[in-house]
Design a protein around this ligand. Structure first.
Ligand SMILES: Nc1nc2c([nH]c(=O)n2[C@H]2C[C@H](O)[C@@H](COP(=O)(O)OP(=O)(O)OP(=O)(O)O)O2)c(=O)[nH]1
Length: 131
């Protein structure tokens, strides 16, 4: 399974995370917004689609910058690759369309939140970037 996610970074260098809703496998945990890449879909296009669906913002594929990735397995044992992009430019105001809550968090405080397991190493790498 290929999953794409974004670290939206605001002008204060705060990074957006969202709390997964109860009906999702990662309920209650915090994650970078994003989701699964559909068959035949480009990763950047998939991430722009997910950001529109989950946050109501418009992002150009060219505004996404590859940052890092992790590999792991889903709860039901399927192999998973999670690609994280950074994004500083979007149109519209973020709103929680698919999450229980949103938080803008300084990079060095991301791991204070109960993050989804694969998001933890990505958050640690973001903290190094802003050190
Ligand atoms: N970000 C993240 N995703 C994970 C982790 N572990 C894990 O199984 N996943 C899976 C859960 C989901 O199937 C997928 C993330 O997709 P999602 O639920 O946000 O995406 P989506 O919008 O495409 O999902 P859906 O509602 O269409 O099913 O990755 C993890 O540690 N971090």
């Amino acid at each position: 399974m290929l999953v794409v996610a974004a670290a939206l970074i605001d002008t204060n260098n705060a990074i957006l995370i969202q709390q997964c809703p109860k009906h999702k496998p990662l309920a209650g945990l915090w994650e970078f917004p994003g989701g699964k890449v559909e068959a035949g879909e480009c990763c950047r296009v998939a991430l722009c689609r997910e950001l529109a669906e989950e946050l109501g913002i418009r992002v150009e594929p060219g505004s996404l910058e590859e940052f890092s990735f992790v590999t792991g397995v889903t709860n039901d044992g399927k192999p998973l690759v999670l690609l994280l992009y950074c994004c500083r430019v979007w149109r519209g105001e973020v709103s929680a369309m698919d999450a229980d809550a949103l938080a803008w968090v300084p990079a060095d405080q991301l791991t204070n939140y109960p993050l989804a397991p694969l998001d933890v190493p990505l958050a640690e790498r973001l903290a190094l970037l802003f050190r």
